[in-house]
Design a protein around this ligand. Structure first.
Ligand SMILES: [Zn+2]
Length: 303
């Protein structure tokens, strides 16, 4: 029997593997694909379609799915770790400053070299991004290549500004310079997110969990929005600080920036979970229909 015939009709097919009914976990081995589950009455075809994930199997093959899955997950983990490293010290210093008695010393737990470490982590993440570059020279690869270039540009920029901001801790500089470095870091984050948006859209199609998730799927647009809000907050704060007569606006802008950065961090943690789903789908793709079904003739001949 031809493969295409098998896919077009389940009529004369028999389940040839230990396929578990979606409705009740009953083992459908040896049953006609067009029938119903003898235990719960669910159409066997529904279990088959759910198992093979036809939407994913229609997508073109990736030459190196395992490398792409692992690379994507490591990339997202490195972005989350780098962000955590970058914000740990400013948060600790802010908390210490809030304590009027001066006893609190959170910054002792967030050493000065953390931004430098963040830069190194980003460089490792960049190595992961190299693994996404499609290998089979498909004509549809142009868009993803562009997304990867955008992502890598943002990551190189981010690591450079991580090193700059760790260097600035060693020399006396004005608050302006530090704020501008923070803004530069956030602009790089937006560039990374723009690249990531296209990559996740393309690769995420392979994971049913990612495709169909509603609450658990992190939207990149919301994260870009958070970064824009953080940049705006930082700029407003700088201007208010410069003018010196708007302490309330200064505080509000600072709170807005911090909330937005926190949203980014939470978004990154969600993205790591999404990356885990996608990696799972890439490393262990759903079975082809021919692995589940056998034609009636073949089945009868074998049994
Ligand atoms: Zn059943």
């Amino acid at each position: 029997m031809e493969q295409s015939d098998q896919e077009s009709s389940l009529k004369d097919a028999v389940v040839r593997t230990e396929l578990v009914c979606r409705g009740c976990q009953y083992n459908l081995y040896g049953l006609a694909a067009s029938g119903k589950c003898p235990e719960c009455g669910l159409d066997i075809s529904e279990t088959i379609i759910h198992t093979i994930d036809p939407a994913a199997s229609r997508l073109p093959n990736i030459a190196n799915p395992r490398a792409v899955g692992n690379g994507l997950l490591w990339l997202l983990v490195s972005l989350a770790i780098a962000t955590l490293f970058l914000i740990a010290r400013p948060v600790a210093l802010r908390l210490d400053a809030l304590d009027k008695t001066g006893v609190r010393d959170y910054s002792a737990f967030a050493p000065k070299y953390l931004p430098f470490a963040a830069g190194i982590v980003i460089l490792f993440g960049l190595f992961a991004a190299v693994r996404f570059i499609p290998k089979n020279g498909n004509k549809n690869d142009g868009a993803i290549r562009k997304d990867i270039r955008v992502l890598m540009t943002g990551m190189i920029g981010l690591s450079i500004f991580c090193f700059v901001s760790s260097g600035l801790q060693l020399i006396p500089v004005t608050n302006w310079i530090i704020s501008l470095t923070h803004i530069a870091l956030m602009v790089c984050a937006i560039i990374i997110l723009l690249g990531l948006k296209g990559i996740l859209r393309a690769v995420g199609q392979r994971s049913r969990e990612y495709r169909t998730a509603r609450g658990g799927r992190q939207g990149i647009r919301a994260m870009i929005g958070a970064m824009l809000a953080a940049i705006t907050g930082e700029l407003v704060r700088l201007v208010a600080e410069r003018l010196g007569s708007f302490p309330t606006i200064e505080i509000m802008a600072m709170v807005a920036t911090w909330m937005s950065v926190l949203m980014l961090l939470i978004g990154l943690i969600y993205l790591v979970v999404n990356g885990w789903w996608i990696r799972k789908a890439l490393c262990k793709p759903p079975p082809k229909i021919s692995m589940i079904l056998s034609s009636r003739d073949d089945w009868d001949a074998r049994n």
